[in-house]
Ligand binder design. Sequence first.
Ligand code: ADP
Length: 209
Amino acid sequence: MDLSDRQYQILDIVKEDGPITGENIADRLHLTRATLRPDLAILTMAGYLDARPRVGYFFTGKTGSELLTEKLKKYTVQEFQSIPVVVNEDVSVYDAICTMFLEDVGTLFVVNDKALLAGVLSRKDLLRASIGNQDLREIPVHIIMTRMPNVTICYKDDLLLEAGQSLIDRQIDALPVVKEVEHGYEVMGRLTKTNLTKALVELGRDQIM
Ligand code: ADP
């Protein structure tokens, strides 16, 4: 987010003379209170200013990087997750490879006949199974997948940083975003390293000061 010249002027006034009322800031800039309202709302929402009734606006003293860190710590999985790509545990390794290419993903989630999470398939799982001369059309994916309960999962309300830590700790590329149901988990989303990269880039673009 880029601040306008006027917003920088407001910050300077509040830094010097805060706490100061909106009306007084408006007077100083020879503007009406109404003209200033959106700017004050933006600066307050971004965390630079805080307002107390009957006291006025004051500078929070937080730097741009502190505000960015606060924002990053609040990101949740659901804000950045992608659509999951799911295959049944009985499909063949050959079909799973085709699905991975067609859907352009690096991780497939495997479900059982009740549509509950049964396992995970990564690119290397499929490559490993392809070494040798087995007929990949004859091998069901449940033979080669990483199976439950060894699958690392996350929930939509988890903090993005915690999910990222799981990816690092387990040295994996993706987590299924799940919902707990009777007898297991339904797969609701997919959280990948790419999603985390997007969060980081979005945050960088928001940098203000
Ligand atoms: P790659 O194939 O590129 O190495 P990963 O690093 O994601 O991909 O996978 C490495 C191994 O970890 C694979 O055997 C895969 O089945 C397993 N794996 C991937 N995601 C998970 C997960 N969420 N929970 C547990 N194991 C996983």
